[in-house]
Ligand binder design. Structure first.
Ligand SMILES: [Zn+2]
Length: 182
């Protein structure tokens, strides 16, 4: 049986990758929409190094009482092909909620990341809190228990925010917005 990412014990998340996702969620939140982003990277034994944030083409709106986002199959296929070409793998999805961070029934039923040990992060308040991992809810997908919330302690051990390897490479780009969004 494919153990997927079950044996991944450390997930290294560069701050710039986190901010790229937060920026998108904040942008969507201003329109009262949820936003979703994906984290891809490279595995090395028990560690996974996120290298890239992907903002998939997505639709967001309200459904019954709640908000939701949809990423269509063709877009997921496009992303998979692109990742295959770069040798990267998808390990995590991250999306925003208007208020509380928790995995809703819809989140349980329609995840983008479906691999065992895969990660799903929910960010509260449309990402207004910025890079504040303590308020994020981090779930992992296990065969026995489905999407399972990590405790704060487990989360801090697992998810490690890292500074970017070469921030000087980014100076030629237009400065992107950083939290606090200003
Ligand atoms: Zn959700």
């Amino acid at each position: 049986m494919n153990k997927g990412y079950i044996e991944i014990r450390k997930l290294y998340l560069p701050k710039s990758c986190a901010v790229a996702a937060l920026d998108w969620m904040y942008h969507q939140g201003k329109k009262h929409k949820e936003g979703v982003a994906l984290f891809a990277g490279i595995r090395q034994e028990g560690s996974f190094y996120i290298k890239r944030t992907i903002i998939p083409q997505q639709y967001a709106g309200s459904f019954n009482e709640g908000l939701l986002y949809v990423v269509e199959g063709a877009e997921l296929h496009r992303i998979n092909v692109e990742l295959f070409d770069t040798g990267m793998h998808l390990i995590a999805q991250i999306h925003s909620h208007p208020t509380e961070a928790y995995h809703s029934d819809t989140d349980d039923d329609y995840p983008i990341v479906t691999v065992l040990g895969g990660v799903s992060i929910v960010v509260p308040n449309f990402g207004n809190g910025g890079l504040n991992v303590s308020e994020w809810a981090l779930y992992r997908f296990y065969a026995e228990t489905g999407w399972t919330l990590l405790t704060q302690k487990e989360k801090i051990k697992f998810l490690i925010l890292v500074d970017d390897e070469s921030p000087q490479l980014q100076t030629s780009k237009k400065p992107s917005k950083f939290w606090p969004w200003g």
